[in-house]
Design a protein around this ligand. Structure first.
Ligand code: 4AD
Length: 477
């Protein structure tokens, strides 16, 4: 009996000692967790980068940010912790007790018991200055460091959340994600804006072509999605795409991310515009709901007033006009356009911007483009006297073209004739097979993900919404 009592007692002592030990070992917390109140009253460790240091007589205040949220965590320490290495930009690990703050601006603060500077940062050499709101054009010069600024870290959190929302939109709507290849032997858009791939050290002197055929970085996953739509009905892909466009414009990159969807058993453009509009709305509502502080930083300080523009975009159902109606609107305008507005001419950015303005700064679908303007896969509307294709572009304020899509030509004879006309019948014999073996009416679209972010945040230059921009004459890092 005595032995049992001793054993029970020692087990209790052991549990208490373990609990005391655990209480003392600081729990590692993200700043976002700490600010939301997790770990209040507990011993915690925070790891991050110093955003400000204020030494006062009685206390040292240090703000630390670890990229998990816009807000920094305020650290309160006794003045003896002040150290010349503890500067703006330095990396730190700080242990202490998380307490409720009396200051109305922050819910909690960390009473530091230990401060360790992991990596020094000379503030004189560091390109960003404490408390300064640098312009996007300025921080763009430092792609290796710009994640440390509030604006760019907010942007990347929004980007991450928007990408997540796109995936969940498709998952909830029964689409299967397909990893379409980055290396391909086709030029889906037929525009010849391809980056060709070659091995840096040829394998064999006789044939220095690694794949035996010319291979390129993909300009679109569409044709591979069409293959898969023929067995999964609804598919999508979301990945990097490449265009060798020698453009210095604010809406073109050589490498950008595209969201593409393909739907089988689709007979009308409205089936496509519905998915585009739903995806735009759902993703935007998700971002506004899940990243309120990050979005506010943009809508209040970086692009003031843009929140109203986003609300206008979301208010009503998106407009739809035919290409022919769009041409009429442009012809009736008093604005002098640099590019022609004749039927058969492609719509230029200036035209797209005018059309969006004409429709009250709301997103606008333009449908039924001249057949000759669209790639070989677009479905022939077989109309006359105007000859159009069942193609659609979504135009949005500030950006112009956000999405491009079409019904695909599923009729073997028509597709064969078009491929013959452009001399691509042999290259696309496998594509013709899709029309031979269980062909169905189908269609799809692609949305430029960077242009989407520009649109909802009001960012003028596409280089400011991608972590590492690639464009003509620039491939930093
Ligand atoms: O209109 P695009 O060229 O359409 C396609 O590639 C189709 N094959 C997609 C499909 O139907 N699956 O490109 C789609 C979108 C454009 O509307 C635009 O938003 C974006 O991709 N885009 C670019 N974004 C940034 N930089 C560039 N150079 C871009 N080119 C196109």
């Amino acid at each position: 009996m005595l032995r049992t009592a001793a054993r029970t007692l020692s087990r209790r002592v052991f549990r208490q000692t373990l609990r005391d030990f655990c209480e003392k070992v600081p729990r590692n917390l993200r700043v976002s967790e700490a600010i939301s109140g997790a770990g209040l009253g507990k011993n915690v460790q925070i790891q991050g980068w110093v955003r400000s240091v204020r030494a006062q007589k009685a206390n040292l205040f240090v703000d630390v940010n670890d990229g998990s949220c816009l807000q920094s965590l305020q650290i309160v320490a006794s003045p003896e912790y002040n150290d010349p290495q503890l500067t703006f930009g330095s990396a730190v690990e700080i242990c202490g007790v998380l307490k409720k703050s009396l200051h109305p601006k922050q819910p909690v603060e960390l009473e530091a018991e230990h401060i360790h500077v992991v990596g020094e940062c000379n503030p004189l050499d560091f390109p960003f200055k404490i408390k300064e709101r640098h312009k996007l054009e300025y921080i763009r010069q430092f792609p290796h460091l710009r994640g440390r600024t509030n604006a760019f870290s907010s942007l990347l959190r929004i980007r991450s959340e928007a990408a997540w929302a796109v995936h969940s939109f498709f998952k909830e709507n029964g689409f299967v994600q397909i990893h379409t290849p980055i290396i391909t032997s086709n030029d889906c858009e037929g525009a010849g804006e391809l980056f060709q791939i070659e091995a840096s050290c040829p394998q064999n002197s006789e044939d220095d072509n690694f794949f035996s055929v010319p291979a390129y970085l993909t300009v679109s996953g569409q044709l591979h999605l069409e293959v898969m739509a023929g067995s999964f009905s609804r598919v999508y892909t979301f990945g990097p795409t490449f265009r060798a466009e020698n453009s210095q414009s604010r809406r073109h990159l050589a490498e950008f991310f595209m969201v593409e969807a393909e739907l089988a058993f689709t007979r009308s453009i409205e089936d496509l515009t519905k998915v585009m509009e739903d995806m735009f709305r759902r993703t935007t509502e998700h971002v506004l709901d899940r990243c309120p502080q990050d979005v506010d930083l943009f809508h209040k300080h970086v692009t003031p007033g843009h929140r109203d523009a986003v609300e206008t975009m979301l208010k009503d159902k998106f407009h739809v006009v035919t290409y022919s109606e769009a041409i009429n609107i442009l012809k009736q305008s008093s604005q002098a356009f640099a590019f022609p507005t004749n039927w058969g001419c492609d719509l230029q950015t200036e035209h797209e911007k005018y059309l969006v303005k004409h429709c009250g700064m709301r997103p606008l679908f333009v449908v039924d483009y001249p057949y000759q303007l669209k790639p070989f896969y677009s479905r022939d509307n077989q109309d006359s006297p105007l000859h159009t294709a069942a193609a659609v572009d979504l135009l949005v304020p500030g950006v112009g073209e956000l999405c491009g899509g079409s019904l695909r030509e599923e009729r073997l004879d028509l597709l064969k004739a078009r491929l013959e006309e452009v001399g691509l019948e042999d290259t696309y014999s496998w594509y013709l097979d899709l029309r031979r073996f269980g062909s169905v009416p189908h269609g799809g679209f692609g949305m430029g993900f960077e242009r989407y972010l520009q649109c909802i945040l009001g960012v003028d230059n596409i280089k400011d919404v991608i972590p590492f921009p690639r464009f003509a004459y620039s491939c930093l890092l």
